[in-house]
Design a protein. Sequence first.
Length: 178
Amino acid sequence: MKALASAFFVLVLVSLSLKMAHSRPLGERRTEPGGSPPVITGSFAAKKLSHGDIWKIYLEARDPDGDMGQFVCALEQQGYGPYSSEYVMIKKQHREKMKGYLTFSSGAGDGLRLPEWTRLTLTVYIRDRGGNTSNKVVYPVVLSRGSKQGPPPPPFDAGQLDRLGAIPIELKGRRRGD
């Protein structure tokens, strides 16, 4: 009898845990593999930046499934090479539609000591929770002392824009032997 009661109790616990695993909070979308990929519909970034400035990378994107999960950011530096990709999580309120900017500190790491006219190339795309990826956008920039970032063009010049996150890459000096 005890064995039967114990088996029944375990069965009830397993059943409840499976039910809780498949439930989701009201209003939250379920992420299924596949679905529609996100689309970056607009973007802009200054092409010249002064050493130590905060670079603003403007993006507008949408995802019909509302499951945008993260920005994938890949940086390449002339004279150094590619850095490991970094990921910036997308906040819940921006998973379906966003217009704002990412920031990158050109003074992080060895950024202030890099030679004049150092060239960087940043590639950004979005990965959603279903495994889909957006189109890639590529931003070349040259570090030049005294350069100023001008105001962004439409549609990024109107109204308050959201800061979407910071790209956590620290610049490095040239490789030894170069």
